[in-house]
Design a protein around this ligand. Structure first.
Ligand SMILES: [Fe+2]
Ligand SMILES: [Fe+2]
Length: 240
C-alpha cells in the first residue's frame, strides 16, 4: 500500500481504516471534513503535516518507518500527541471496558460467579497500565521536553536531567499489551458459561482496539521518541 501524503483526501484514508477516526480525533479532527486533503486540513488546524502523516501512516501500515522524516518535527508535538493518547486510555477506554466487564459479572440473568476472575484480572491490568502511564507522564516526558530545550538552546545537561536518560527508559519500557492478550485468550478459550454472549463480543472488540492502539503508541515511543532523544543526548554531550 502506498503511504498517504499531503495530497491524499482524508476521507479516503479513513475509508481504508475506519479506526483512524479515533486517531485523528486526538488532533481535534472530527467527521465532516468533506473532500479536503490532509495538507489542507493540517494547514487549517495548524498541525505539522510531517508529524500528522507519520502518525496516520504508521497506524495504517505496520511496516511503515519514517526514517528520513525523523528530524523534521518537534518532540513537544509528539509528546502532546502521546499525552492525549494516555488521557484517552485513562479517561475513556479503560473505564468503558471496566463498565462492560462489571455489567457482564453483575448480570443476574444468568448469574455466574466464576466470571469474577475476569474482573480481577482486568483491574490488575488497569493498575499496571495506569502506573506505566504515570511514570511516563511524571518522568519521561518532562525529560524529553527538557532535552529538546537544552539541545536547541545549546545549554548543558545539569541537575535532575543528568540522573536519567533514554537508555534507562528503553530498558524499563515494558510491553503493556502482553496482559491484554492473556485476557483476550482467557475470554476466547475458557470463559465459563453461562454469560451474556453479545456483551463478551463487545468487550473483546474494545480490548482488541485497545491492543492495536497501545501497540501503535508503544511503537512511536520505541522507534521514534527513543532514537530522536538519543541523537540529541549525544549531540549535547559532544558540545561539552
Ligand atoms: Fe505511553
Ligand atoms: Fe509506554
Amino acid at each position: 500500500m502506498k503511504p498517504f501524503d499531503s495530497k491524499t483526501k482524508l476521507a479516503e484514508a479513513v475509508f481504508q481504516d475506519f479506526n483512524l477516526l479515533r486517531v485523528i480525533s486526538r488532533f481535534g479532527i472530527f467527521p465532516g471534513f468533506g473532500d479536503k486533503t490532509i495538507g489542507e486540513i493540517c494547514k487549517k488546524k495548524e498541525i505539522d503535516p510531517v508529524f500528522f502523516l507519520i502518525i496516520v501512516n504508521s497506524f495504517t501500515n505496520k511496516r511503515y518507518f519514517p526514517s528520513h522524516e525523523l528530524a523534521d518535527f518537534s518532540l513537544s508535538q509528539m509528546v502532546s500527541y502521546l499525552q492525549k493518547t494516555h488521557t484517552y486510555y485513562l479517561d475513556f477506554q479503560l473505564p468503558l471496558i471496566g463498565d462492560m466487564i462489571d455489567n457482564l459479572c453483575n448480570n443476574r440473568n444468568p448469574e455466574n460467579k466464576k466470571l469474577m476472575v475476569m474482573k480481577q484480572f482486568f483491574s490488575a491490568y488497569r493498575k499496571e497500565l495506569t502506573d506505566h502511564i504515570n511514570r511516563e507522564e511524571k518522568i519521561t516526558f518532562p525529560y524529553v521536553l527538557r532535552i529538546e530545550q537544552i539541545f536547541s538552546n545549546s545549554e548543558s545537561i545539569q541537575g535532575k536531567e543528568s540522573d536519567y536518560d533514554m537508555l534507562t527508559y528503553e530498558k524499563e519500557h515494558d510491553n503493556v499489551e502482553e496482559k491484554l492478550i492473556d485476557l483476550k485468550n482467557i475470554m476466547i478459550k475458557y470463559l465459563p458459561e453461562p454469560f451474556d454472549h453479545e456483551m463478551v463480543i463487545r468487550i473483546l472488540t474494545e480490548l482488541s482496539w485497545l491492543e492495536k492502539d497501545l501497540n501503535e503508541h508503544s511503537r512511536i515511543e520505541d522507534t521514534i521518541m527513543i532514537p530522536r532523544v538519543k541523537i540529541m543526548e549525544v549531540g549535547i554531550r559532544k558540545r561539552f
